[in-house]
Design a protein around this ligand. Structure first.
Ligand code: ATR
Length: 279
């Protein structure tokens, strides 16, 4: 596809944004469907976020993704947000309809679509979620929507887990019973009954990071997910034990595919996008 005066511009804003894989796989998806569009990375410092959003409107950028550290802050500059964004408190996808900005959260969809490749039925499951930050909120939203029975929500700072629970109370009348905040030290007590373990913290990004709990206590019947895009020490143990396991790539793929669908109204070419991510 030749670029010309009608080429639509999409992009991602973040700080830093250099390592983002989204420009490559979104561009490939546009090319594959012969859509006259490009997708570019835009590095935006926190103090420049408002100006960047004004710029997006002025330049008629059709849609954009938002990554760290802007996912929460961007909300106040949007004209409308989806219910997911309201609950999760973070937005990663925006569509620009003639200057009217509507925000979505496709991270929750991305996470759950990835997890369902390993666990097609989540209803009634018991899940250990580690971390209570922005990523955890998307994970928890999607797990509650799928009807899990219990979420042991382990966080270094227990108050943050308590706060998350309070924020989710309006989502379901059962939230009080579903979410149980615990400390990292208490993980050992709840590990045996957890069928799925999800790490949403950045611990494991570096090889010599401390372990979040005693990984040797994981058993082969448990499914282990880390939203970091590589095989972390936690995932290595899961593999050694013979568990079903998954890194953050499926979540990245499916959040991007959903964003693509929101922007273009077209079925995203998943296989092509996946191929790019894995190369
Ligand atoms: P994100 O948006 O990626 O979730 P975040 O909102 O900064 O990022 O949340 C980071 C999460 O990782 C938090 O749950 C944090 O624990 P605290 O709430 O106690 O800060 C957790 N985290 C980060 N570094 C950690 C560490 N070294 N040990 C344990 N938990 C850690």
């Amino acid at each position: 596809m030749e670029l010309n005066g009608q080429t639509a511009v999409y992009g991602i804003i973040g700080y830093p944004v250099k390592h983002s894989k989204s420009p490559t796989f979104q561009t490939k998806a546009f090319q594959h469907l012969n859509i006259n569009a490009v997708y570019l990375p835009f590095e935006v410092k926190p103090e420049d976020l408002e100006k960047a959003i004004q710029g997006i409107k002025a330049l008629s950028i059709k849609g954009f993704n938002i990554t760290v550290p802007h996912k929460e802050e961007v909300i106040k500059y949007l004209d409308e947000v989806s219910p997911e964004v309201e609950y999760i408190g973070a937005c990663n996808t925006v569509v620009n309809i003639d200057g009217y900005l509507k925000g979505y959260n496709t991270d929750a969809y991305g996470f759950i679509t990835g997890l369902k490749e390993l666990e097609p039925s989540l209803e009634g499951k018991k899940v250990l979620v580690i971390g209570a930050g922005g990523a955890s909120r998307a994970v928890i939203y999607s797990l509650i929507k799928e009807g899990v029975d219990k979420i042991y929500l382990a966080n270094r700072t227990i108050q943050k887990a308590e706060k998350l629970k309070l924020d989710f109370l309006p989502l379901s009348k059962f939230v009080q019973q579903i979410i149980q905040p615990i400390t990292l030290d208490q993980i050992d007590n709840y590990l045996p009954e957890s069928e799925i373990i999800v790490n949403t913290t950045s611990v494991g990004l570096k090889e010599n990071d401390p372990h979040l709990f005693d990984y040797s206590k994981i058993n082969k019947n448990q499914t282990v997910v880390d939203i970091i895009y590589k095989q972390t020490p936690l995932l290595k143990v899961a593999q050694e034990k013979g568990c079903k396991w998954q890194d953050g790539l499926p979540m990245l793929l499916y959040q991007g595919a959903k964003a693509f669908q929101i922007w273009t109204g077209k079925e995203p070419p998943i296989d092509i996008m996946e191929e790019v991510l894995k190369s």
